[in-house]
Design a protein around this ligand. Structure first.
Ligand code: CP3
Length: 354
């Protein structure tokens, strides 16, 4: 495998010195880019884009051609895992993801097969290999998965939800059924991420998008516990290099100490917690990735630069910061504003690394 030409993302995750703060954006490949919409139209639909390694590679690289990003993220989706468990993922235009089958009962959970990640999800592994070859050491490639809790919300609800009606009923009424499902998912996600690492992913991120809808005790019992299981089971070194893991719980600001205690290398931070306070609480233990409100990108260049400066200044002269948005970039953002953001991080952070 080729030498990395830019490893500041991996160095920052290991809390090593860097020349400038590395930056990437969650959902950096997506609908806000006209070239993405064009490739998706050529592919036919979203899943065809994910299942064709050349298309997936093309859209992964698109944001890197526009902005000086310090990492690429595999183009795929968290819902490939439940799809491989036989639930039949499809996307209704304008309505988000849906499953043909929802998981509601003890029998449904018992009947769920554990997928063979290298054959049932071979298209993901092929995409990882193709992207690594195409990157040729330009920047590291991030692999990812949903957390067991977040995947379970889609599987039990049968798609996106605002009220978490079915999954919370399962959790409170039949916790043993909930645990059986989460345990199957933790085993599968661990194998899935390890196969991505063997295929060439150089860091991995677990998206716990919905952990923040839980009470403190339920977060520990139904979300964090299974991310802990994943952290414990991951390959932490591959090809002579550490493979850092990032845990991102959206709205998880109250639980940063507990997340850091899992042994993760880094935690993802949304914009609702100040990054200086987060660093004071856990910065001695883990790197922090975040945390600009993605909506700042609706404002003009001056406001964007001021927000970048504020976050950099809060983090200060300390190791272990990966700059990112606090959640995915929105589809209506002007790509020119994303460019202002990424360039500002490099330009304004140099003074903190002198
Ligand atoms: O970050 C990247 O650039 C890599 C690609 C990526 C996608 N989804 C592509 C995608 C990643 C990392 C994801 C993760 C994902 N998917 C999450 C966790 C991250 C988060 O945002 O919290 C979740 C919850 C999903 C589930 C999902 N997939 C939803 C809810 C949707 C619909 C979104 C919408 O606004 O319609 C998707 C589809 C999806 N995944 C799109 C993309 C680019 C849009 C599909 C399209 O092109 O029409």
């Amino acid at each position: 495998m080729s030498e990395l030409k830019n490893d500041r993302f991996l160095r920052a995750l290991n809390r090593e010195p860097v020349d400038v703060t590395p930056v990437w954006m969650m959902r950096q490949a997506g609908r806000y880019l006209p070239e993405y919409r064009e490739t998706r139209a050529t592919a036919g639909d979203f899943m065809s884009l994910c299942k064709n390694a050349d298309f997936a590679c093309e859209v992964t690289i698109q944001p890197l051609e526009r902005f000086p990003l310090d990492a690429a993220i595999l183009f795929s989706d968290i819902l490939t895992v439940p799809d491989a468990m036989g639930l039949g993922l499809y996307f209704e235009t304008g309505e988000g993801p849906k499953f043909k089958k929802a998981v509601r009962t003890e029998q449904d959970v018992a009947a769920l097969p554990l997928p063979n990640v290298s054959s049932d999800l071979d298209y993901v592994m092929n995409a990882v290999k193709t992207i690594r070859a195409e990157l040729n050491g330009r920047v590291p490639l991030i692999g990812f998965s949903g957390s067991p809790w977040t995947l379970a919300t889609y599987m039990v609800e049968g798609g996106s939800t605002k009220d978490f009606r079915h999954i919370k009923r399962m959790m409170y009424e039949t916790p043993e059924v909930m645990h059986a499902l989460l345990d199957k998912l933790a085993v599968t996600v661990t194998a899935y991420l390890n196969e991505q690492i063997r295929s060439g992913a150089q860091a991995v991120q677990v998206f716990d998008t919905w952990g923040g809808v839980l009470s403190g005790p339920c977060y520990r019992e139904f979300s964090l516990k299974y991310m802990q299981q994943i952290v414990d089971g991951l390959i932490r070194e591959h090809d002579g290099r550490k493979v850092p893991v990032i845990l991102f719980t959206k709205n998880g600001g109250q639980w940063l100490e507990a997340i850091a205690d899992t042994g993760t290398d880094a935690l993802g931070l949304d914009w609702t917690t100040n990054i200086d306070e987060a660093r004071a609480r856990v910065g001695g233990k883990v790197a922090i990735q975040g945390n600009m409100d993605p909506c700042v990108l609706y404002a003009g260049p001056e406001r964007i630069r001021a927000e970048v400066e504020d976050i950099l200044q809060r983090f200060g002269n300390n190791p272990g910061h990966v700059f990112n948005l606090g959640h995915g970039i929105h589809q209506y953002v002007d790509p020119e504003n994303a460019k202002v953001f990424v360039e500002a991080v490099h330009e304004l952070s140099a003074k903190y690394h002198a």
